[in-house]
Design a protein around this ligand. Sequence first.
Ligand SMILES: [Zn+2]
Length: 53
Amino acid sequence: MVIATDDLEVACPHCERAGEIEGKPCPACSGKGVILTAQGNTLLDFIQKHLNK
Ligand SMILES: [Zn+2]
């Protein structure tokens, strides 16, 4: 695998992968616990562009 998962997403610095802060979804990562890197965003945009036909 040329692209590792860590290249695409990194642990959210606000909730540190918990996905929530004080019982509420983390606003920084929308509750995912991770945030996309620039490379992750590029890949996601590419896939969505071709999926949403
Ligand atoms: Zn977060």
